[in-house]
Design a protein around this ligand. Sequence first.
Ligand SMILES: Cc1ncc(COP(=O)(O)O)c(C=O)c1O
Length: 451
Amino acid sequence: MMKDDNFLKEHNAKALWHPMGAPADSMAQPPKIITGAAGVSITDIDGHSAIDAVGGLWCVNLGYSNDVLKGAIADQLQSLPYYSAFAGTSNPAAIEASVAMQDMFAADGMARVFFTSGGSDSVETCLRLARQYHRLRGQPTRTKFLSLKKGYHGTHFGGASVNGNARFRTAYEPLLPGCFHLPSPYTYRNPFHETDPAKLAQNIAAAMEDEIAFQGADTIAAFIMEPIQGAGGVIVPHETFMPLMREICDRHGILMISDEVITGFGRTGHWSGARHWGVKPDMMSMAKGITSGYFPVGAAMIGEKVAEVFETADSAEAGIYHGYTYSAHPVGAAATVACLAETQRLQLDQNAAARGAQLYAGLQGLAAKHDIIGDLRGGHGLMAGIEFVSNRDQKTPMDMATMKRLHENIYQAGVMVRLVMHSVVMSPPLIITEAEVDKIINAIDAGIMAL
Ligand SMILES: Cc1ncc(COP(=O)(O)O)c(C=O)c1O
């Protein structure tokens, strides 16, 4: 039995430490208690409803009311709630889910799947398999990783080591040695003072060549990037950027890992972010939209080239002594099968493209109207970022007290958004309708005007 509201409010954040915040802040300002959700909206303990423009956490692609997915999870709990998938045993749902993933991402050159419990696990898996791949090919000195500043790759030590934001790193240093970061394709602020996205892509490519020459290509295992940087504030590179990175990786024998934890499963308007940019990576890390957030599942997808090396190597060397108790969890796998089927049946890639264009156009209207919008990013599916400044000419980041008021104003106007420092980011459910997107735009407008 759920305890009553008074109990919940009284104990809010007193026993529970929340990710991505200071315990004392949560105690001083207890978090909103979300008690229910339906369609694309959430309801809090005081009965206030809001369109969830965050999609949970970039993940509830199918919205909150998908009964096919709920039914699949419930049925699987009845027939087989758990069994290990460590080598030696499998389960029907895991087999089905693996084929569904293979089918969905064959166009990206992906051949095999390794299931995990979430995005950080998937990144960790890709980084490890990248090193092992080179060992199997007789190049054991290839151990280093390249990545982008502003990138987010989860919170395991491997992922944090390739993360490109000090916030996720400094308190936990020293991190993995041998990780090097290139500038982000962030036209609004970058060390080249370059506002042209195509030229910025060229500059970063030159910086990458320079770093590879300095480190020595034969010491680098992989380069990891998000096709669109999400948690960094929705940073959309120029269309030439990922193809340029692909070409450089190929020329130097470096594997390319596309971190698709947010961009996978239709968010960009294509089934993967790499496909959106016309690139075939060597591996993809995935999670979130794989079950629409209904059950914790992630996956590392392994491309043909990498799969072949593992599958033809001496098996003593090619043992994957890595994995999780919940890898290929039958309930998670059943959720995956249902979620992928629903995602494709509803053609959520197409809706993401159409509604994303509408959202971006609406936000452009707000940027023209409000001086405190310094930079607007989006236009590639249902991801958008609005960077707020107190002085447009100086690009002075808006102070956090104002940002918190803005967040609350927008919530009171009926829409939940997410703050990333002085940016507001959005990644609504991919089932969202035209009228609901209009409500998001209007609520942001109202929230700014109420400042
Ligand atoms: C691109 C990317 N990689 C990895 C992760 C980590 O995923 P998780 O929080 O499921 O561990 C995230 C989470 O937001 C992400 O956006």
